[in-house]
Design a protein around this ligand. Structure first.
Ligand code: SAM
Length: 265
């Protein structure tokens, strides 16, 4: 009976995973259809042409785009499962940048070639070594002047007002399986780097839900999708509407939906 129960549970988990993946796929498809301005690579173009255009844009971003580092200095305390999840979030983040009309110049910092994460990226992410991004062993503060750095943390007091091509945005390479609160906040404090959070309080309101669950903590690829869309459209309402995960208990406030983008953008 135990074996049968385990089998049933396993099948249930598999079905949930499948339907979640399907939902996510449909959401991405819908977003692509709704936002031609943020992703102007038309899927009807021949693949070779699309690849070439993406490469050209990424190359241009290396010299002119805003910079984004994923700070991988905190991976030692992560489980193997978390490392795998981080590797797949990095794949998604890179995939979004490749498709973006205005990509960022990406850096993976504190990434050692002997680390578990590096091995996992090689194992799980096809073509990882050909990604147009910089893989560096140095920490972000050794690569850029401190005044250019903006560490993104859900616990920061100040909200991010705009995305500036002269700044270097830093995401904490963390996954929230074993929720370690305020790690990125402490890291930015330790480095004395300016901090900012996504402007969720300013543009979103809590949505009632059965579990009364509300969270402003997103995965790195989700934060990055929001930054990319904001950078292309200049509208936080649009970016949050498109990419803020539906299961986090927030929706874009109807008061800001109709408002024009902020003048700073
Ligand atoms: C899964 S979160 C990690 C949350 C973790 N408990 C922490 O210490 O911040 C991974 C990274 O995404 C970014 N992030 C997630 N939600 C964010 C938000 N609401 N505003 C700004 N950055 C956010 C931060 O850089 C964070 O380090």
């Amino acid at each position: 009976r135990n074996v049968m129960r385990k089998q049933r549970n396993w099948e249930k988990q598999l079905a949930t995973k499948k339907s979640k993946r399907k939902e996510e796929k449909q959401r991405r498809k819908l977003n692509r259809a709704q936002m031609p301005a943020t992703n102007s690579l038309n899927p009807q173009y021949p693949k070779g042409l699309m690849r070439e255009t993406a490469r050209e844009r990424l190359a241009e971003a290396q010299s002119r785009g805003p910079k984004l580092c994923v700070d991988l200095s905190m991976t030692d305390c992560m489980s193997d499962k978390e490392i795998s999840r981080l590797a797949s979030q990095l794949r998604r983040l890179y995939g979004s940048n490749r498709k973006a009309a205005r990509p960022f110049h990406l850096f993976l910092t504190n990434m050692s070639q002997t680390s578990r994460l590096y091995r996992e990226c090689l194992r799980m992410n096809d073509g990882f070594l050909n990604y147009v991004m910089e893989i560096r062993e140095e920490p972000c503060q050794a690569l850029f002047p401190p005044e250019a750095l903006v560490y993104l943390s859900p616990d920061a007091e100040e909200e991010l007002k705009t995305v500036d091509a002269d700044k270097v945005y830093v995401l904490g390479g963390l996954v929230d399986e074993s929720i370690q609160k305020r790690l990125s906040f402490s890291r930015a404090k330790e480095l004395s780097i300016h901090m900012a959070r996504l402007p969720i309080d300013e543009y979103m309101v809590k949505k009632e839900n059965r579990k009364n669950f509300h969270s402003k903590v997103l995965a790195i690829n989700q934060v990055f999708d929001i930054l990319l869309t904001f950078f292309s459209t200049g509208s936080w309402a649009e970016a949050l509407q498109a990419w803020f995960p539906k299961n986090k208990g927030y929706i874009v406030s109807s008061a800001v939906c109709a408002a024009p983008p902020s003048p700073e953008a």
